[in-house]
Design a protein around this ligand. Structure first.
Ligand SMILES: [Zn+2]
Length: 281
């Protein structure tokens, strides 16, 4: 016993995992109650149970990316295998690119917590959580991002996850969460098909260095007059919870501006937002 535990330190937690999965599976085996069993309080339900065989298991539709805010992969695994923490993730990716899967994709992990994206308020029920080992104040290693891209490719293909639905924890929980940190390469992910990025050639107009008399046009090629553009509506179209616009702006800037995350929109931020929100329409 001592020897087997030493060879697999996760034997005990893996046994508990199987036990918990069996408990969850019971919910699938339950036959919905009939009118009689419900004491006739739901008149629209028939006396007889009528089943259909046309069904399958629900599938995740979002990927939410996090940083662990911990110092090592081992520390994160320790956190996620303690029942007292009540937090988990489907995948954890180490700084060296190691991918640790901790949950079947179909199970509801506890990674998103309280949050809102579009009209979805139970993100845990519809998403895969990916945690990147990072202390919160450092860049992400090339190996780590390479592994993340491979994992995203597999998840997007397997579950048909829309490009727009690869988002960060900070996107769904303005002010409450700031992960992944400002070093996260969202632009690179968008170039690979995971999330959107703005068109830099539109946002940063090209200036001919020889033509010194040319002033920088502040407006993009957008034909809408400036006063017809409402930044709060644009943020809402992207998915942000705009119940507190200043906090939504901070979350937007952490993802799409990164070098500066105040709650004010600069001219540049507005140009980015005007270009970006149309991709979510
Ligand atoms: Zn997080």
């Amino acid at each position: 016993m001592v020897v087997s535990c030493a060879s697999n330190p996760y034997k005990k937690i893996n046994k508990e995992y199987r036990k918990n999965v069996k408990e969850v599976a019971k919910a699938y085996l339950e036959i919905p109650q009939t009118k009689e069993e419900l004491n006739y309080d739901t008149l629209s339900i028939t006396d007889e149970w009528v089943g259909t065989t046309n069904f399958s298991i629900r599938r995740p539709n979002f990927v939410i990316i996090h940083h662990t805010a911990q110092d090592s992969l081992g520390q994160t695994i320790s956190t996620f295998t303690k029942t007292s923490t009540q937090v988990s993730s489907h995948y954890v990716i180490g700084r060296d690119g190691t991918i640790v899967q901790m949950l079947n994709d179909y199970l509801r992990s506890w990674h998103a917590g309280r949050g809102k994206w579009g009209n979805v308020t139970d993100l845990n029920s519809v998403s895969i959580g990916i945690e990147l080992d990072n202390n919160g104040f450092e860049p992400f290693s090339e190996e780590q991002i390479a592994s993340l891209l491979i994992l995203c490719k597999r998840l997007k293909w397997k579950y048909g996850i829309p490009t727009a639905n690869f988002i960060g924890h900070s996107d769904i929980a303005p002010s409450r969460k700031v992960d992944p940190n400002k070093y996260f390469p969202w632009k690179k992910l968008a170039e690979e098909g995971y999330g959107f990025w703005y068109d830099e050639e539109v946002v940063y107009p090209q200036i001919n260095p020889l033509d010194t008399n040319t002033s920088i046009p502040l407006q993009s090629s957008d034909s809408l007059p400036l006063d017809a553009f409402d930044p709060v509506i644009a943020l809402r179209i992207i998915g942000y919870d705009v119940s507190n616009p200043a906090l939504a702006i901070q979350s937007f800037k952490l993802h799409f501006v990164q070098q500066e995350v105040s709650s004010e929109l600069t001219d540049l931020d507005i140009r980015i937002l005007k270009n970006l929100y149309k991709k979510y329409l």
